[in-house]
Write a protein that binds this ligand. Structure first.
Ligand SMILES: NC(=O)c1ccc[n+]([C@@H]2O[C@H](COP(=O)([O-])OP(=O)(O)OC[C@H]3O[C@@H](n4cnc5c(N)ncnc54)[C@H](OP(=O)(O)O)[C@@H]3O)[C@@H](O)[C@H]2O)c1
Length: 268
């Protein structure tokens, strides 16, 4: 499926990005692994090489540092010549009520989860348009379709990414570029531990929903299969979150009521 394809994965140092890197490696992909933590990227790169990756380039950078992106894209094209799939996946979540969330925390989350993804996509897009070939994905979330309490920043960011990439798809389908929005529910990763508290500090706790979430390797297999089929929306979740998506679509008022009740319950 991805044999010899050049796949650039952001957020590749842990969780979903790491698991997708290993799945892609098994298929013989040539990888670019990006995130901030170099030692974690090196660990994932070794595992990916052992799993069968055609080549692995480690490219550490911070998604909030847009000024470095052009240089990063240049490094990828110098090494591989082109990019087949940009897997926009780096992200941070949030655990704090709106009333207790600093504006600086909203801005920080948006830099990483929204503006970083847009800026990197804008740099890669012209290369794909020139080749009339390419695939861009974004790891959004069920929180990109459903409003969840204590995640106002995160939900806003993930809703924004759904809108951005749906609109982008309309623009670039004529250039033979595919766009996929990935909608995970609860996946067992460090996402809640790495989430921002209201003051911007690390939340540091694994939520019960995440503890009982889908195994990350299984999630990665669903994602890679969906990408290979060119699916425009890839839902990766257990039944509860799928149910929430269906209610949001067909009876949003019921979903708003359930989410408010859940918030009141969690708050007591
Ligand atoms: N797990 C879930 O239940 C779930 C559900 C829906 C959506 N998602 C989304 O899935 C994506 C991956 O999350 P995960 O669950 O795999 O959590 P994770 O293990 O915390 O992974 C987050 C990844 O993003 C990278 N990252 C965070 N801030 C960054 C920054 N400023 N610059 C560059 N890279 C940064 C992290 O690397 P460094 O720390 O090394 O930089 C890490 O590789 C996120 O977009 C998340 O919102 C997750």
């Amino acid at each position: 499926m991805y044999h010899n394809k050049i796949v650039w994965i952001t957020g590749a140092s842990s969780g979903i990005g790491e698991a997708v890197a290993l799945e892609m490696a098994k298929g013989g992909a040539r990888l670019v692994l990006s995130a901030r933590r170099v030692t974690e990227l090196e660990r994932v790169a070794s595992a990916a090489t052992a799993a069968g990756a055609g080549d692995v380039l480690i490219l550490p950078f911070d998604m909030a540092e847009e000024a470095s992106f052009a240089d990063m894209v240049q490094k990828v094209t110098d090494h591989y010549g082109h990019i087949d799939l940009l897997f926009n996946n780096a992200g941070i979540s949030q655990r704090s009520y709106c009333i207790e969330t600093d504006m600086s925390t909203y801005r920080r989350l948006f830099e990483v989860d929204v503006f970083g993804q847009i800026a990197l996509t804008k740099l890669v897009l012209p290369l794909m348009i020139a080749r009339k070939s390419g695939h861009i994905s974004v790891t959004s979330s069920v929180a990109g379709k459903v409003g969840v309490s204590s995640r106002t920043a995160y939900c806003a960011a993930k809703h924004a990414m759904m809108g951005f990439f749906d609109a982008l798809r309309a623009e670039v389908t004529q250039d033979n570029i595919r766009v996929s929005c990935i909608t995970p529910g609860f996946i067992r990763t460090a996402v809640s531990e790495n989430a921002l508290s209201g003051d911007g500090s690390r939340y540091g706790t694994m939520d019960d929903d995440i503890k009982t979430g889908m195994d990350v390797t299984k999630a990665a297999q669903i994602i890679v299969r969906g990408l290979a089929r060119g699916k425009k929306e890839i839902v990766v979740s257990q039944l509860l979150e799928r149910f929430a998506l269906v209610i949001k679509r067909f009876c949003p008022t019921l979903l708003f009521w359930i989410m408010a009740k859940k918030s009141a319950h969690d708050n007591n």
